[in-house]
Write a protein that binds this ligand. Sequence first.
Ligand code: GLU
Length: 509
Amino acid sequence: MHTTKKVRVRFAPSPTGGLHLGGVRTVLYNYLFAKQHQGDFILRIEDTDQSRYVAGAEEYIFNCLKWTGLEPDESPIHGGAYGPYRQSERKALYRQYAEQLVKDGYAYYAFDTPGELEKMRVDFKTTQNPSPQYDLTIRTKMRNSLTLAESEVKKLLDENTRHVIRIKMPENETVTFTDMIRGEVSFNTSVVDDKVLLKADGMPTYHLAVVVDDHLMEISHAFRGEEWLPSAPVHILLWKYLFGLDAMPQWAHLPLILGPNGKLSKRDGAKYGFPVFAMNWTDPKTNELTEGFKEKGFLPEAFINLLAVLGWNDGTEQEIFSKTELIEKFSIERVHSGGAKFDYEKAKWFNHEWIKKLQVSSYGLQVKELLENKGIVITDQARFIQVLELVKERCHLLTDFAEQGAFFFKAPEKYDVDAVKPKWNEAKQVFFAELIRNFELNSNWNAHDLETGFKEMAAAHQIKPGELLLPLRIMLVGGKFGPHVFDIAEILGKEETVVRVKHFLGLLQ
Ligand code: GLU
């Protein structure tokens, strides 16, 4: 145990595209753990693979962290004492470690050209081994510093021949480590290939860079997705060879997030109509837009909450957690090792709970923007807040407010006349004509009195109130939805209510 070390954790994304909800969950677990232990949360940009670099992806990651409120203490933009925090800016630093490994016999130079590697994959292909890798059985047949004479290697290096540095995986050793979630995990080194550590362009690969940087940045715990588990033996050996196992961070590999068919993918989102990325992401090459949770109408509080419980619980039935509670209660040991199934309906339930739980004023601005996008300008703030309070019970997404609330500020463009017409008759016509007169004379415009008056009138006209309420609703709202109809009338005000009833009666002519 590294109990004396200050807790320093990191999220280390490669800026290659949108931020998947699995990535945000990794951020969240890191963040919670850091805050719980008065530690530091670091964001390191792992951009050593230049071929996968995507313009705008880094800025986008920062925007996502800002929206979720999971901001790092150290990062390329927040600064910090362990920078630079972008691996491409640390390029000069890695070679010495790779060279050290070669010197100590743990790694070697490999001069094979892309053509030779391709030939190897064809020549060594068998039915038992359909995709041969550069490993301990094959390295002896390739052009590297293990097979070539020392003088030849020196000559090639002196001539600046393109080469990479590969780790020399030991034969038949067992590498074991204790994962904070999975317990003891072991690998046999013979089945792991000789991963490239330093590429021909002088850039480190992820494997070398992650170990060197976790060391130099004094990372105490490394939490990352389960997809990195197969790389763990390489990282552990690098720790052993370079810095000693005692210095190694404690690892936790977080479970996959599952969609309807296995690992949740961007494609699942498109297919089933739910977001998979934190925020809208437009691929700069294809211009393809992938919708985000934010734009779909999720509150950051709900997004964090639903991610926290995708793979973790506190041992009770509690499902709604604020960030403060999560900081207090989260424990990495209680994260499940099995995949966590993402359920979009449940995600919306979380959002609904948070819509009800929070002060409406805290998300009013976002709703205002949604309404403005629909051409509705809010001028009366007090009325706006009143509307949000009234309809929030009916909203699962912030975007629902646009539908549920728009008619308070703008008369409906369409009315469901067909829902009223078949049952319309002379008696109802007379009733509503009188209702307009009563409304106009009303000096006590509130929901309660309006309802009482309406019911008394219905009784006098010998019409069941139920038969009149739906038409009234459609007159005010346009369709069969919305909160209590007299609450709507109260907020609309006398003048607007009368205008809408009159307008609708006109449509029935
Ligand atoms: N750069 C890796 C990624 O993109 C980070 C893996 C790790 O956290 O070690 O997921």
